[in-house]
Design a binder for this molecule. Structure first.
Ligand code: SAM
Ligand code: SF4
Length: 362
């Protein structure tokens, strides 16, 4: 079947998705253009910015792919002080960011819950409630999610990583800390706690097939998520998954698959937010621009202070841009305008999908 025939269908089958993922470079452009037009129609040709603060690399978990996993003893651990985090928030506000993301390793304890809760309140006070807060702090209890939501956080990112349980346990050792059902449960609890919920996957994992990726698409649709943050898997030498590096697709293929998945998700879920991941920029210096052209609408410049940023190394060759420089902001403006988009500096850029759902309920 030709790509036009697939794109003009109301619903894609699993085979359609696999066929789209197999498209060659020339034909992929048709997919990207179609997705960009869908974005324009449903969420506008706008890009929203989130300033990312990687506040701590201390993690209690041991995900087999991640450079800051508990078991990696070659990491200098840090946690930014509240003052430093608030300085970063002030920096974000001074530089026209209207939303921030607080991301870190996963800790589940009463002390951590209370600390983050205080921090959310301090950020709300500092910004007079104006800044949009997204959290990406892993699996937590229902009560913790609800508490942080009540204190002012409104979006939460928790990737499923892979919706295929068998593959999930090839990238996490099954134990009380790494449990597929718990992760799915957490996503449901986040929805129930009224967050705008983001999930996503890593693309190009060892032993991952196109069928797995097509199933991931249906997983995200079935969960009716509001936001997506997905991107290529990139190996890290100090992680157990590095042993399987011979099985990996070349980086450019992982990149192209990521672009296609952005487009497919945009065409399917039309009004959700989709982020252009940092890992895409790591592989291709025009990664963010290409992702916007393929249907993404969110960029997350990393404003973590430089002395900490180098210790938040999830994978090899994380881009070494100084994202706090004026030059970097000029680059962002260039990527966005090359993609045909306009930056909406003054808007939180809430998920229209989430808003539409609220509207339907009322
Ligand atoms: N600890 C929280 C969690 O796991 O949800 C948030 C921080 S974690 C570092 C954020 C994301 O980084 C993960 O969801 C994972 O997809 C991504 N990540 C970790 N290692 C990676 C790698 N080697 N390549 C690409 N992405 C990676
Ligand atoms: Fe920790 Fe998140 Fe890395 Fe897993 S992916 S080891 S939970 S920081």
């Amino acid at each position: 079947m030709s790509i036009k025939n697939i794109l003009n269908k109301d619903n894609f089958s699993k085979d359609d998705i696999v066929n789209l993922l197999k498209l060659n470079e020339n034909d992929s452009n048709e997919l990207y253009d179609f997705a960009y037009q869908t974005k324009k129609k449903y969420v506008g040709n706008f890009t929203y910015l989130r300033a990312l603060i990687e506040y701590s690399n201390i993690c209690s978990k041991n995900c087999l792919y991640c450079g800051i996993r508990y078991g990696n003893k070659n990491v200098t651990r840090y946690t930014m002080s509240d003052e430093e985090i608030l300085e970063s928030v002030s920096y974000a506000m001074d530089n026209q960011y209207s939303s921030i993301v607080i991301q870190g390793g996963e800790i589940e304890s009463k002390k951590h819950t209370e600390h983050i809760n205080d921090l959310i309140k301090k950020i709300m006070d500092l910004s007079e409630g104006k800044i949009g807060i997204t959290l990406s702090l892993g699996e937590q209890s229902y009560d913790t999610y609800r508490l942080w939501r009540q204190s002012g956080a409104k979006r939460y990112l928790l990737r499923i990583e892979s919706s295929n349980e068998e593959l999930f346990y090839k990238i996490h050792n099954k134990n009380e800390n790494h449990n597929f059902q718990k992760r799915v449960e957490c996503l449901k609890m986040l929805k129930d706690s009224d967050y705008q919920v983001g999930t996503g996957i890593m693309i190009g994992l060892p032993e991952q097939t196109l069928d797995h990726l097509a199933d991931d698409v249906f997983f995200m649709i079935d969960l009716d998520i509001d936001m997506i943050g997905m991107g290529p898997y990139i190996e890290h030498i100090d992680t157990p998954l590095f042993e399987k590096r011979e099985m990996l697709l070349p980086l450019n293929e992982r990149f192209n698959l990521s672009l296609k998945l952005i487009s497919i998700m945009r065409i399917f879920m039309k009004d959700i937010n989709i982020a252009a991941s940092t890992a895409m920029q790591t592989i291709d210096s025009e990664g963010k621009e290409k992702a916007l052209k393929a249907g993404a609408n969110i960029l997350m410049p990393n404003i973590t202070p430089l002395q900490y940023k180098e210790n938040y190394k999830l994978y090899e060759n994380k881009p070494k841009f100084d994202e706090l420089s004026n030059e970097f902001m000029e680059n962002i403006k260039k990527w966005v305008s090359n993609a045909g988009d306009i930056i909406k500096f003054d808007k939180h850029g809430d998920s229209i999908h989430y808003k539409n759902k609220q509207f339907k309920v009322k």
